[in-house]
Design a protein around this ligand. Structure first.
Ligand code: PMP
Length: 449
């Protein structure tokens, strides 16, 4: 190729050029085939080049692609809003549309702060989050994120929000039951609220299953129920960041549905439009919207592309496709099979310390020593090596490295499209196994394990 003028993730690196995709497969222009083992960034959850979605895109485009939300609503956006109200738990009936997960969480942050202002409690403006969390790359979203690697350069510009420990069953203290451990982690929220002062805290934000920082870490049962209790006790809103876990990814419509917990806001992105167009959302409770309606009557957030008909039509087609093909149920069933195969790999290969997940969101954690669970130094980039090797062999895997040295090893996420079949999972596993074995050998040669 001639000189490139595109700023890519790794400057100076040559990336293969994509040609096309179908189902769980992607093909580059050289004709090489890749299994999309992570749906890109846990995004392409209904697979590639689905006719119904492309047809909906074309049909909407022929009518109108863009009409500004301050001028018009549209059938597409109204139907999508109604569909989300149907899917979402409790009284989470109102949706604010944006174009990325970061915008969705930052909108939730702003709505939480505004909600308390409307109620005359303007000192309630801090958001508590967790170490080992990712809520987005923009400054507000990054302020709420415990992703050390991504925060590092910008710390002086970030809000100094308090953060608590997220439950991490693989590394729980010896001798403590899972249930006790979950409650201990949840109770850290109460301590944090009391330290800061309940009159200063607007909301708590958490991912139902930890994604980008630690690779599909599932909390103990009881954790989110206790979080909900604490939030209610101190008048703190609970924001469930479901950008990665939402829309069936974990085998339920939303991650929090596994524990029957109803948040005050849910953020969505990624699987909401399955990569067919940028689309994300902040779903908000009746109580919050009523309060703001009675007060200022205006949500102080929004973007040019918010609620555009084109993206709404695409997202609606994706949700309809998920319903029509029972993909939430498939995610639960095939996800259980994927996890079983990953756990078999973990038994076999010394490099894998833990295989975990929920539905079609699974993770592997690589460790130096399986017995002691000693993590690798992050500079060894073990997960990066596995990802590169898998890529070479035609399998896409997503990194999950939060950057807290010595606390967690490198992790990867396996999250193929929810449409994947058992045979395709077997194919994915055999490539993954070969990739990990090859990295294992390399590390042995360098006397690193
Ligand atoms: N929240 C969560 C839970 C995420 O996983 C991500 C993306 N990895 C984001 C927010 C940010 O989404 P986006 O990259 O679309 O801004």
């Amino acid at each position: 190729m001639e000189r490139s003028y595109v700023i890519k993730p790794e400057l100076g690196k040559n990336y293969p050029v994509i040609s096309h995709g179908k189902g769980i497969y992607l093909y580059d222009k050289e004709g090489k085939r890749y299994i999309d083992g992570s749906s890109g960034a846990v995004t392409a959850s209904i697979g590639h080049a689905v006719d119904e979605v492309v047809e909906a895109m074309y049909a909407q485009g022929k009518e109108v692609s863009f009409a500004y939300r301050s001028h018009f609503s549209s059938d597409a956006v109204e139907q999508l809003g109604a569909k989300l109200a149907e899917w979402a738990p409790g009284s989470l009936n109102w949706t604010f549309f944006v174009s990325s997960g970061s915008e969705a969480t930052e909108t939730a942050q702003k709505i939480a702060i505004q909600y308390w202002q409307e109620k005359g409690k303007s000192t309630k403006n801090r958001i508590i989050s967790r170490w080992m969390s990712y809520h987005g790359i923009t400054m507000g979203a990054l302020s709420m994120s415990g992703h050390v690697l991504r925060r590092k350069r910008f710390v002086p510009l970030l809000e100094d929000y308090p953060a608590i420990t997220g439950p991490y069953p693989y590394r729980k203290p010896e001798g403590m039951s899972l249930e006790e451990y979950g409650l201990q982690c949840a109770n850290e929220l109460e301590t944090a609220i009391l330290r800061v002062g309940p009159d200063q805290v607007a909301a708590f934000i958490a991912e139902p299953v930890i994604g980008a920082t630690a690779g599909a870490v599932v909390p103990p049962d009881g954790y989110f129920q206790r979080i909900r209790e604490i939030c209610d006790k101190y008048d703190v809103l609970f924001i469930a960041d479901e950008v990665m876990t939402g829309v069936g990814r974990t085998g339920k419509a939303f991650g929090v549905d596994h524990w029957g917990v109803v948040p005050d806001m849910i953020t969505l992105g990624k699987g909401m439009s399955a990569g067919y167009t940028p689309m994300a959302a902040t779903i908000v409770s009746e109580e919050i919207i009523e309060t703001i309606t009675k007060g200022t009557g205006l949500i102080m957030a929004g973007h040019t592309y918010s609620a555009n008909p084109q993206s709404a039509a695409v997202s609606l087609a994706v949700l309809n496709y998920v319903e029509k093909h029972h993909l939430i149920q498939k995610s639960a069933e095939q996800g259980a099979y994927l996890l079983q195969r990953l756990q078999e790999l973990a038994e076999e290969l010394p490099l894998i310390g833990d295989a975990r997940g929920l539905g079609m969101l699974c993770g592997l954690e690589f460790v130096k020593n399986k017995q002691t669970k000693e993590p690798f130094e992050l500079s060894k980039n073990v997960s990066g090596k596995v990802i590169a090797k898998a890529f070479e062999k035609g399998l896409l895997v997503y990194p999950a490295v939060g950057g807290i040295e010595g606390v967690a090893g490198d992790c990867v996420i396996l999250a193929p499209p929810l449409t994947i079949t058992k045979e395709e999972i077997d194919e994915l596993i055999s490539i993954l196994k070969a990739a990990i074995e090859s990295v294992q050998q390399e590390l042995q040669e360098q006397a690193l394990i």
